[in-house]
Design a protein around this ligand. Structure first.
Ligand code: ATP
Ligand code: MG
Length: 366
């Protein structure tokens, strides 16, 4: 994936800007509040996903304009593409001159992975963030996964409704076995897919984290399943899950909630054997979440044969010089966009382009 041109009009505080990026590193540099993250956000939107900062498209349009327009020229393994996004109250997309029914049709055309300060929650906060990360990551490479997950969530929703109504209507209890069988099989498919993904991710992340930390620290990632199973196949997990649903049924009936299954699972991240969530320093947590994102990009590259564009927003702060230098100078063979404020960081860049952003205007300075 190679972006050759970005044109932005009336997007957030950027009235008009055009950037011709470098094939590898691009540092977007400037003071706070000038529009650096806005540029990263503009590129990210071509993945077809929602913004990582807002779910309201209308917030993306410059306050004094009616609509915004962004154009992106990029090359994927198939061809050179020219994509456009028109943002009004909602987003409209076009690819190579053809209007798309939905911007989501850009998924699978333009691959990118973004890291921004909000993504530190991946390591720092509750399991929901980690489940969302892994589910989104698997969906990018396995088009059936999202459907399987929606079905599983639907089953859990139905089962919880039955648990709530069973107190007044005891005949519902007789249907629990049928529901639990379905939940066990569907949940086992989710668990097996996640286990497979974590295995691949763990390998990538270990290597990346060793690079970031200058081999001073070791990271370990484990999938924590709420169901214990001895056989890691869909059948093996499903039968263990079914038994567990039966065992926890009295408690679930009391709490009117399904207490076990992939919707309750987590991913444990250890740095030098200690929980990064509970005991990691800010720099370690930042490095770990960055490594997870870069690992995700590596898996896309392996599975889809496309190297995603890497968007790193404000990644430098809280990182020591070794870690900053790794990001600036060791990420070869991929296109990277990094935002930062400090002039000193820019001076340590060995190659690539520096784009200075001031009051919504972008100027190439190197
Ligand atoms: N819809 C909009 N219309 C006009 N301006 C906007 C809009 N949305 C955001 N802005 C402004 O864009 C400015 C730049 O935002 P951005 O987040 O890109 O800054 P930044 O350069 O990344 O700063 P920092 O270094 O603090 O992260 C902010 O001052 C914000 O008020
Ligand atoms: Mg910013």
């Amino acid at each position: 994936m190679l972006v050759s041109n970005i044109k932005i009009k009336n997007f957030r505080n950027i009235e008009s800007a055009e950037i011709f990026p470098d094939r590898e590193i691009n540092v977007i540099y400037g003071d706070n509040g000038q529009g650096k993250t806005n540029i990263i956000e503009a590129v990210w939107l071509f993945t077809g996903c929602k913004s990582f900062r807002t779910s309201k498209d209308s917030e993306l349009v410059n306050f004094s304009a009616e609509n915004a327009e962004i154009r992106l020229d990029f090359e994927n393994s198939v061809r050179e593409n020219s994509a456009a996004l028109f943002i009004d109250k909602k987003r409209l997309a076009a690819l190579n001159g053809v209007n798309l029914d939905s911007p989501r049709e850009l998924i699978g055309k333009f691959y990118s992975v973004v890291f921004s300060p909000v993504h530190i929650s991946l390591v720092k906060e509750g399991p929901l963030n980690r489940r969302k990360f892994i589910d989104t990551a698997i969906s990018q490479i396995d088009s059936l996964y999202a459907k399987k997950l929606t079905y599983y969530n639907h089953l859990i929703h139905q089962k919880n409704a039955l648990l709530k109504n069973a107190a007044e209507n005891a005949s519902l209890i007789g249907t629990f076995d049928i529901w639990d069988e379905k939940i066990a099989v569907s949940g086992a498919e989710i668990t097996a897919a996640r286990l497979g993904y974590i295995k691949k991710l763990s390998e990538k992340v270990c290597e990346i984290y060793a690079g970031i930390s200058g081999k001073k620290e070791m990271i370990d990632i484990k999938y924590l399943s709420s169901v214990r199973f001895s056989e890691e196949t869909v059948n093996g997990i499903a039968s263990a899950y079914f038994e567990e649903l039966k065992r926890t049924r009295p408690g679930d009936m009391y709490l009117k909630n399904t207490s076990t299954g992939p919707h309750r699972d987590d991913i444990e991240i250890l740095i030098n054997g200690i929980s990064a969530r509970k005991f990691g320093s800010q720099g370690q947590q930042r490095s770990a979440s960055l490594a997870l994102k870069l690992g995700e990009a590596e898996i896309i590259k392996d599975e889809k044969k496309e190297q995603p564009v890497i968007l790193l927003d404000d990644v430098m702060s809280e990182l020591d010089i070794t870690r900053q230098n790794y990001i600036l100078n060791k990420m070869k063979d991929k296109q990277v966009f990094i935002t930062c404020c400090e002039e000193e960081t820019v001076s340590r860049l060995n190659a690539g382009k520096v784009i200075r952003v001031e009051n919504g205007k972008a100027v190439e300075i190197k």
